[in-house]
Design a protein around this ligand. Structure first.
Ligand SMILES: NC(=O)c1ccc[n+]([C@@H]2O[C@H](COP(=O)([O-])OP(=O)(O)OC[C@H]3O[C@@H](n4cnc5c(N)ncnc54)[C@H](O)[C@@H]3O)[C@@H](O)[C@H]2O)c1
Ligand SMILES: O=C(O)C[C@H](O)C(=O)O
Ligand SMILES: [Mn+2]
Length: 571
């Protein structure tokens, strides 16, 4: 192996051979070992003096970093601490996270990554990933051509317009692709050198950013319309030229762009939208957990949504497929859904609906016999009262929208209301799980997008499932990469959902959480990857010859954060 790409595919090889100088090794986040360089390596790479004299190992580095991390006083400083560690020593960064997923996930990922994006300009120091800005449109091929990217196999791309529920963060949105790709490696075992976070900087409509003198992005209003589409097209085409077999994950695109771009590109390359499809898989798995816990079959679940955009529609589409598998016709399955958006329940003929919303619009005749509180809109409270929902999903970014009145009403009509405030970060959650527990006297089955601490009710401690697509996308990516899938089908997404549902603790105990604990999320990725790869093979979408070669590739692929010995190659 050679020079800067020495780390590539080294996961299973014992020794890394490189021509890099000692100083370059120290500056290379993928190769740096800090104080863990051995005496022999210090001799071979002339590292004496550049390093303090102590020769350590990963274990004592972990102890030292943990102490320093614990010394940081707020989550934003902890986020920066971890970003700096990632940019100086990836092995140590990932060893720290994988050793304590519960502690580090809320820092490198949701919710703190949200603040990381809002304050990105304060913190940016070193290159990670690619900023592809609109004025550089003609240079995309040139930027991708760098040999440092030869090993890239997967990209997470955002245009920063809908960062969690925090809106347009412009170039600061880069925090999201970086955070998602950190989970590719930490939870999915994807080699860090195979990952490229990308931010398409097409400007921002966030006035605070535009007038902030320290803003690091392209200072312009967002490019929209045909120019935007042409720019995305230029990006996707350049990516395809550079890496014909790339996996491209779309993340945190706003409104109709998310769905439009997915539909445009899903047959042209191996691609999925995490907010639509990853979210659909985790939500469906959670609802399947609720089916287990309540004994109410899928086809009898009455499901309400607050917020019917990318995530809401994606979830509805997969749940609809699950209802049809459970025996309902397409028409009857649609009747189990109650999509509420900003103008109330989505009704046929309503102005301004997107085509994918229209499919779920309810007819006025469906509401015969309903008692409504107003004459204009059908509110969420109206829906809960009249439709007697069994499941309520929040993907609206409207903090506190699941009010006490609404939740108590829902709990009148069903023993174990399944309530999922999925909006992120914590500040945008439709309700806190502590309130939901209190208002339902502990009967609610709860899943939240962001992590929340356990609560007490009637002398019992209740833990909450974090219903976040982080249960899905790392394993989904791992399955796609190791089966060498050419496309991502809806059936592959369903396979991921079912693989996660098969790990629901409710299968053994109806009182248990709906999803396995977040501490297990590394273990979840493997069965998810297996299910995804097997489905790709079954559909003829895989590049591997058969199941046996897929299993072999999967076993051999997973990257672990451990130091490998280095040997210097002479020029
Ligand atoms: N837990 C997870 O894994 C997960 C995954 C994806 C998205 N999310 C969260 O879900 C939220 C929405 O994401 P999205 O991609 O669907 O965004 P989106 O912008 O596509 O959709 C949001 C929808 O909410 C609607 N809305 C706005 N105000 C409303 C109101 N007052 N009442 C009802 N509806 C209202 C909008 O009209 C829009 O249709 C975000 O907070 C995001 O962080 C969570
Ligand atoms: O990023 C997350 O935590 C989940 C999801 O992709 C979101 O956009 O909220
Ligand atoms: Mn997202």
């Amino acid at each position: 192996m050679d020079s800067s790409s020495a780390a590539a595919n080294s996961a299973k090889s014992e020794v890394v051979e490189t021509r890099l100088s000692g100083y370059d090794l120290l500056l290379h986040p993928g190769l740096n070992k800090g104080t863990a360089f051995t005496e022999e390596e210090r001799d071979a790479f002339a590292l004496h003096g550049l390093l303090p004299p102590h020769v350590g190992n990963l274990e004592d580095q972990l102890e030292r970093r943990m102490k320093a991390f614990d010394g940081e006083t707020n989550s934003f400083d902890r986020y920066n601490f971890m970003r700096n560690l990632q940019d100086s020593n990836e092995t140590l960064f990932y060893a720290l996270i994988t050793g304590n997923v519960e502690k580090f996930l809320p820092i490198v990922y949701t919710p703190t990554v949200g603040e990381g994006c809002q304050r990105f300009s304060e913190t940016w120091l070193k290159p990670r990933g690619l900023f592809i800005s609109y004025p550089n449109k003609k240079r995309i091929d040139q930027m991708l051509a760098d040999p440092r990217y030869d090993k890239v196999r997967c990209i997470v791309v955002s245009d920063g317009e809908r960062i969690l529920g925090l809106g347009d963060q412009g170039a600061g949105g880069m925090g999201i692709p970086i955070g998602k790709m950190a989970l590719y490696t930490a939870l999915g075992g994807v080699h860090p050198e195979h990952c490229l976070p990308v931010l398409l900087d097409v400007g921002t409509d966030n006035e605070d950013r535009l007038k902030d003198p320290i803003y690091i992005g392209w200072r312009s209003k967002r490019v929209r319309g045909q120019e935007y589409d042409d720019f995305v097209e230029a990006f996707v085409s350049a990516v395809k030229r550079r890496w014909p077999h790339i996996l491209l994950q779309w993340e945190d695109f706003a409104g109709s762009n998310a769905n439009r771009l997915l539909e445009r590109y899903r047959d042209r390359l191996c691609t999925f939208n995490d907010d639509i499809q990853g979210t659909a898989a985790v939500a469906t798995a959670t609802v399947l957990g609720a089916v287990q816990a309540t004994g109410i079959p899928m086809k009898e679940q009455r499901i309400g949504f607050l917020g019917f955009g990318s995530a809401g529609i994606g979830i509805a589409n997969l749940l609809l497929a699950a209802m049809k598998e459970d025996g309902l016709s397409d028409e009857d399955a649609h009747k189990q859904f109650y999509p509420v958006d900003r103008y109330g329940l989505i009704l046929a003929g309503q102005a301004g609906l997107r085509p994918d919303q229209v499919r779920y619009a309810r007819k006025k005749s469906d509401l015969a016999g309903w008692t409504l509180s107003g004459s204009e809109q059908v509110s969420l409270a109206d829906v809960v009262r009249n439709a007697k929902l069994t499941v309520l999903i929040g993907v609206s970014s409207q903090a506190g929208a699941f009010t006490e009145e609404i939740v108590r009403e829902m709990a009148k009509h069903t023993d174990r209301p399944a309530i999922f405030p999925l909006s992120n970060p914590t500040s945008k959650s439709e309700a806190t799980p502590a309130d939901l527990t209190k208002w339902t006297n502990g009967r609610a089955l709860i899943g939240t997008g962001s992590p929340f601490p356990p609560t007490e009710i009637n002398g019992k401690t209740v833990e909450f499932s974090q219903t976040n697509n982080s249960y899905i996308f790392p394993g989904l990516a791992l399955g796609i990469l190791t089966s060498r899938a050419k496309h991502v089908s809806d059936a592959m997404i369903m396979a991921a959902a079912k693989a996660l549902a098969a790990l629901s603790p409710t299968l053994k105990n109806k009182e248990a959480s709906l999803l396995p604990p977040i501490t297990d999320s590394r273990k979840v990725s493997l069965p998810v990857a297996e299910a995804v790869g097997q489905q790709a093979i079954a559909e003829g979408l895989a590049g591997v010859a058969d199941e046996k070669s897929f299993e072999k590739e999967l076993r051999e692929y997973v990257w672990e954060p451990v130091y490998r010995p280095y040997v210097r190659l002479n020029d």
